[in-house]
Design a protein around this ligand. Structure first.
Ligand code: PLP
Length: 398
C-alpha cells in the first residue's frame, strides 16, 4: 500500500485531527472515556452512607444483582470487586486447573489473560476477525483441527500434551463476537466456553445479551466502562448452583454460621462492597440513556469520517446491536498510527492504540499461539477515539 501515485492528496493524520478538533469539545485534556453521574448516583451513594452498610453485605448489592439479571435476561448475577475477579471466578467454576491451556484472543486487554496465568494455567493465543474484532471461528476451527486431540476426558493439545480446558471469548469494544459459531466449536471439542463481556454491557446479538451463550461470563464496571461502580464486576450465569458457588468462592468460602469462622476451601474476598453497588444501581438506571448517546456518537463519527481518505470508522457488525463502548478507526497505512497518536497527545486529545497483542508481552512470550495475522494488522492500524457518552451532546455535530 501507499505508493506516491495512490497516496491521498491530503495527509490522513492532518485530516483526522482536523475532523476531531472541529467536532469534539475544546476541553483539554480530552479523555478517551469519562464516566457521567447525572442521575441518582449522589442520592443512592448518600443513602448507602446514611445506612451505615457500606461493605460487602447490603441491600444495594442484592438490588444491583437483581437489576443486572433482569436487564440481561441471564438468571443470576454475582457482583464482584472488579472484572478480573469475576473472570477468575468463572475460570475456577469452569474447572480450570494449573497446567491447563485456555484459548483466548491475543488482541484483548491483559485482564483477560492475567487470571488464567494467576491460576497456573497457560493462555493459548488465537486470532481475531475484522468484522466483530473478536475471535475468528473459522481460523480457530482450522487451528484446532491441526493441534487438538479429542479424548474421552476432554480436549488435548497434541503438541504440548496439555488439556485445553476453556475458550474465553471477548466482546471487543462492545461488539459481540461471532458467538454462536464459537459456542458450537467449543461444544464440538468439549472445551468450556466463557464470555469476557467486560466491555459489552448493553450489547446484543440475535436478540440475546452478551454473556448469555456461555454457562459463565464476566462483566466489568471499571471507571472506563459503559457504566461504573468505581471498580466492580459481576459473574453472570443461568445456573443457580453455579451462582451459589460463585457467591461462596467470592466470600472467602465461609460457611454460614452465627459466630464461627469455618471455611471449606480456598476462597477470595471478591464481593462488591455495598457502597459501590449503590453507585451501580443508579448507573444501571441510566444505561438506556447512555446507550442512546453512545449510538448517536458512533453515527456522528461515521458521518464525520466518511470523507476522510486513508481512515475508516469501524462499523457495527451484522446481527449485532453494539453498546459502541469505544469508537475505532482503521488507518490504511500503519505508518500513520503513531504519528496520529503522538500529535493528538501533544494537543491533549487522548487517542489510544489497540492493546499490544498479548503474545508480545514479556510474561506471555512463550505461550502457545496460532498465527495471528489479523490481530497484528488490527493492532498496527487501529486507533480508538474519545468515546464518552456526553460527547454526543457536547460536541459540534450536525
Ligand atoms: C476491563 C476489562 C477487564 C477487566 O476488568 P477490571 O474491572 O478492570 O478488572 C477484562 N477484560 C476486558 C476485555 C476488559 O476490557
Amino acid at each position: 500500500m501507499g505508493s506516491d501515485a495512490t497516496a491521498p492528496q491530503t495527509d490522513t493524520v492532518d485530516a483526522v485531527l482536523c475532523t476531531l478538533r472541529a467536532h469534539l469539545p475544546a476541553q483539554r485534556p480530552l479523555p478517551l472515556h469519562e464516566p457521567s453521574f447525572a442521575g441518582n448516583e449522589w442520592a443512592l451513594v448518600k443513602d448507602c452512607l446514611d445506612s451505615g452498610w457500606v461493605s460487602s453485605v447490603g441491600a444495594y448489592v442484592d438490588r444491583l444483582e437483581k437489576d443486572l439479571a433482569d436487564y440481561t435476561g441471564i438468571g443470576h448475577a454475582v457482583a464482584t470487586v472488579n472484572g478480573t475477579a469475576a473472570l477468575h471466578t468463572c475460570l475456577m467454576l469452569a474447572g480450570v486447573q494449573a497446567g491447563d491451556e485456555v484459548l483466548l484472543p491475543a488482541l484483548t486487554f491483559v485482564g483477560t489473560a492475567n487470571p488464567v496465568a494467576a491460576m497456573g494455567a497457560i493462555p493459548h493465543f488465537v486470532d481475531s476477525e475484522t468484522e466483530s474484532l473478536g475471535i475468528d471461528p473459522v481460523a480457530l476451527a482450522g487451528h484446532l483441527d491441526d493441534i487438538a486431540d479429542r479424548r474421552a476426558d476432554g480436549c488435548y493439545n497434541r503438541r504440548t500434551g496439555r488439556p485445553i480446558r476453556a475458550l474465553v471469548v471477548v466482546h471487543i469494544l462492545g461488539h459481540v463476537a461471532d458467538i454462536s459459531a464459537l459456542a458450537e466449536l467449543a461444544a464440538r471439542y468439549r472445551i468450556e466456553l466463557i464470555e469476557d463481556a467486560a466491555e459489552a454491557l448493553g450489547s446484543w446479538r440475535d436478540a440475546r445479551h452478551a454473556g448469555s451463550w456461555a454457562r459463565l461470563s464476566a462483566l466489568s464496571f471499571n471507571g472506563n466502562k459503559i457504566i461504573t461502580t468505581g471498580g466492580g464486576g459481576a459473574v453472570l450465569t443461568d445456573d443457580p448452583a453455579l451462582a451459589q458457588r460463585a457467591r461462596h468462592l467470592t466470600t472467602t468460602a465461609k460457611l454460614p454460621h452465627p459466630w464461627a469462622f469455618e471455611h471449606d476451601e480456598v476462597g477470595y474476598n471478591y464481593r462488591m462492597p455495598n457502597l459501590n453497588a449503590a453507585l451501580g444501581v443508579a448507573q444501571l438506571q441510566r444505561l438506556p440513556e447512555l446507550l442512546a448517546d453512545k449510538r448517536r456518537l458512533a453515527e456522528d463519527y461515521a458521518r464525520a469520517f466518511k470523507a476522510i481518505a486513508g481512515a475508516e470508522l469501524h462499523g457495527e457488525p451484522i446481527d449485532c446491536r453494539s453498546n459502541h463502548w469505544l469508537n475505532l478507526i482503521l488507518l490504511d497505512r500503519p505508518a500513520d498510527r503513531d504519528r496520529l497518536l503522538q500529535q493528538a497527545a501533544d494537543e491533549g486529545m487522548l487517542l489510544r492504540p489497540f492493546w499490544t497483542p498479548l503474545d508480545r508481552l514479556p510474561m506471555y512470550r512463550n505461550c502457545p499461539a496460532m498465527p495471528l495475522p489479523v490481530a497484528n494488522d488490527l493492532f498496527a492500524r487501529g486507533v480508538c477515539l474519545p468515546s464518552s457518552a456526553q460527547l454526543a451532546t457536547s460536541g459540534a455535530w450536525s
